[in-house]
Design a protein around this ligand. Structure first.
Ligand code: COA
Length: 175
């Protein structure tokens, strides 16, 4: 991602994560087992791992990650998408527990949908969440993605089980 690829909403700025965000990201998000419970990765053991992820994994290839910054609140979350096919983006996101339930991620996801729509090649935005992840399901519906079905044994959730888990698929046609 180019450094000036910034998305601005009423309360939020979405920008590329930098190495000097590592301490805040580790403390607020990456080390918290409640935040990572339904994610595809386990909590980071130390801030060095957060630095490595910022350096080596974010914004590589078809993956785009924005850091969510609250005005006056600093880094509070991450969001972005993977784009394995040019016509569709798969959304992902996580937020510091302190800010849950205040519509922060609703604002961030709406910014992502606007940004995806600005690319004329993108027709579909979608996301899957673990069947027990009610907060994520409600968020997606609130942002206009419709429930498309339950996909059995679809995803790996290393904090839940060693066996693949059922997920809910949500999607929206953006043109
Ligand atoms: C999922 C997550 C991003 C939601 O972010 P958030 O900023 O708290 O969500 P919002 O405040 O924008 O709320 C969006 C909707 O979800 C609902 N919601 C949020 N948390 C909820 C919860 N714990 N239980 C039920 N509904 C919940 C809100 O009420 C709102 O729905 P409404 O419009 O009907 O009131 C946040 O809980 C999180 O980071 N969880 C851990 C990481 C994660 O699971 N990521 C998703 C992986 S698929």
């Amino acid at each position: 991602m180019i450094d000036d690829d910034v998305l601005i909403g009423p309360r939020l700025t979405l920008r590329a994560p930098r190495l000097d965000d590592a301490d805040a990201l580790f403390e607020r998000i990456a080390s918290d087992p409640e935040v990572t419970r339904y994610l595809s990765w386990t909590p980071h053991p130390n801030v060095d791992e957060t630095r490595r992820v910022i350096n080596e994994l974010f914004n590589v290839g078809v993956e785009r990650t924005w850091l969510i910054e609250l005005r006056d609140g600093g880094p509070v979350g991450l969001c972005g998408w993977r784009q394995p096919q040019p016509h569709a983006v798969e959304l992902g996101y996580c937020l510091s527990r302190q800010w849950w339930g205040q519509k922060v991620m609703s604002e961030a996801v709406m910014l992502l949908l606007d940004e995806a729509h600005s690319d004329p090649r993108v027709y579909r935005a979608w996301a899957v969440c673990h069947v027990d992840n009610t907060a994520s399901a409600r968020l997606l519906e609130r942002c206009g993605l419709a429930f498309e079905g339950r996909l059995v044994r679809y995803g790996m959730f290393p904090n839940i089980s060693t066996e693949p888990q059922d997920v809910m698929m949500f999607a929206k046609a953006i043109r």
